[in-house]
Design a protein around this ligand. Sequence first.
Ligand SMILES: [Zn+2]
Length: 211
Amino acid sequence: MSSFDQLNQGYQNFRTGAYSQDAEAYRALGETGQAPHTIVISCCDSRVNPTVIFDAAPGELFIVRSVANLVPPADPDGHHHGTDAALEFGVTGLNIPNIMVLGHAKCGGISAFLGSFDEKENDPSYVGSWVSILDGVDKESFCPDDDTPQDEQQRNLEQVAVKRSLENLMSFDFVAERVAAGTLTLHGAYFDIAKGEVHYLDQETGKFAAL
Ligand SMILES: [Zn+2]
């Protein structure tokens, strides 16, 4: 089966399955608009599907996908900022009351950053430039000693990246103001693909624990 045939077959399944079972809900959503309860900032990785992981119906999650689920610091320079535009719309346009940054295991974006960590010059590619959002992370935070195995460094850095994105979220005035007013709550989480487990970040201790 070609890739397009796969898409088309899936679409036909959707029409006869999920859509026909929930046609009324789709009609209502199409007519009244969306009121999602959570913005999920997740990686583009095809193995990480917030709708599936959180068993969410259409209209529940406003999903912002970025390489390595990174949020850049606020930088209103008039250039094109896809992640920031999506966040701004979700927070100020839709008044969504929760943002969850969802990191994940075996992240290619994190792996790219880790692979070039000790190089002096930044990789000028789009991915290299994007993951440089992590520049300045303390090596100790993901590699506490020289014997730290590579896969452990990777996992640690994936979790550090969630915290970096949460910090950067607070650099946007429209986020910080709503957090201070108690109308917006930030969450950090991490998806272990192989185990199908979500680990939730305790923002007081900085530790992730299985939900
Ligand atoms: Zn990823």
